[in-house]
Design a protein around this ligand. Structure first.
Ligand SMILES: Nc1ncnc2c1ncn2[C@@H]1O[C@H](COP(=O)(O)OP(=O)(O)O)[C@@H](O)[C@H]1O
Ligand SMILES: [Mg+2]
Length: 260
């Protein structure tokens, strides 16, 4: 599915189905994420949002359909290779190393330089990983917290560590699974501003979250899943006005949080 200008979308999900035994978690799901977009993926509990991130990142094999990245098929590509192409995800559980410091958590994601990259950097100096790390630390507001351990931090701070760790490698596509869970309204609004700023750093975003204020403010486009199927796609205004979406998910309490 080409974009309006005829170029390939950054990510193209084409008729993807995923099953766990007899349970169809995704059923013929198709949507795109364009270059420079922040795209929302919403829907009730059990709709298949996490399964969709698992399928896109290669953590779960798909039963049928195709995933393409910049027009290139990812069929048979491992999670590791997808990460190298620039897919980075976060987990609902955050998955931090609680015994390491914040700095160590971020450094692990930045990767250990090989002798080859060390030699290349010496011959042709470029921005070092540490410049990138410092930039991310400022971006997610972790200055002054680098020597703390996640175990002793607040929920909001832990979320920022998880986001910072995901951003260190400058992903092309960041897939976020409920990054606002447990954040207060101020923290959630800050997260929204941060996500909006990522496309200009070269990172497009697929955002799964129940915080409708965040999703509506941060996303250019939204896809709605229900029972593993896409029931609506459009701009935030279009999705908010969609009767099927209101019936399945939003109810009448527009802008409020929908259960976790
Ligand atoms: N590992 C699994 N094994 C079996 N069923 C699963 C597994 N993970 C999810 N499911 C089922 O797949 C469906 C979609 O789940 P999930 O993708 O976690 O939804 P969401 O993230 O939208 O809440 C649900 O019916 C869920 O019970
Ligand atoms: Mg989920």
């Amino acid at each position: 599915m080409p974009q309006r200008d005829g170029s390939a979308a950054l990510l193209e999900v084409d008729g993807v189905s995923l099953r766990y035994g007899g349970v169809a978690a995704l059923d013929d799901v198709s949507f795109t994420v364009g270059h420079g977009e922040v795209v929302g993926l919403i829907g009730p509990n059990g709709a298949g949002k996490t399964s969709c991130i698992d399928a896109l990142t290669g953590f779960q094999p798909i039963h049928s359909g195709h995933v393409r990245f910049e027009g290139r098929s990812l069929d048979g590509t491992s999670p590791h290779d997808r990460a190298r192409l620039g897919f980075v995800r976060t987990f609902q559980s955050l998955d931090l190393f609680d015994d390491l410091t914040v700095h160590e958590n971020l450094s692990v994601a930045a990767g250990t330089p090989s002798w080859r990259s060390t030699l290349t950097d010496a011959l042709w100096p470029k921005r070092s990983t540490h410049d990138g790390l410092d930039e991310v630390v400022s971006l997610v507001g972790l200055n002054g917290l680098l020597h703390r351990r996640p175990a002793e931090m607040s929920n909001g701070e832990r979320h920022r560590v998880a986001l910072g760790r995901a951003l260190v490698s400058r992903p092309r596509l960041l897939l976020l699974d409920e990054p606002a869970a447990g954040l207060d309204t101020v923290e959630s609004a800050e997260l929204g501003r941060l996500l909006r700023s990522l496309p200009e750093r070269g990172t497009s975003v697929l955002l799964v979250d129940h915080d409708m204020a965040l999703v509506m403010a941060a996303c250019n486009r939204i896809h709605v899943l229900d029972f593993g199927r896409v029931i609506a796609s459009g701009t935030p205004a279009e999705v908010r006005a969609d009767r099927a979406v209101v019936g399945a998910y939003l109810g009448t309490s527009e802008g409020s949080e929908v259960g976790g």
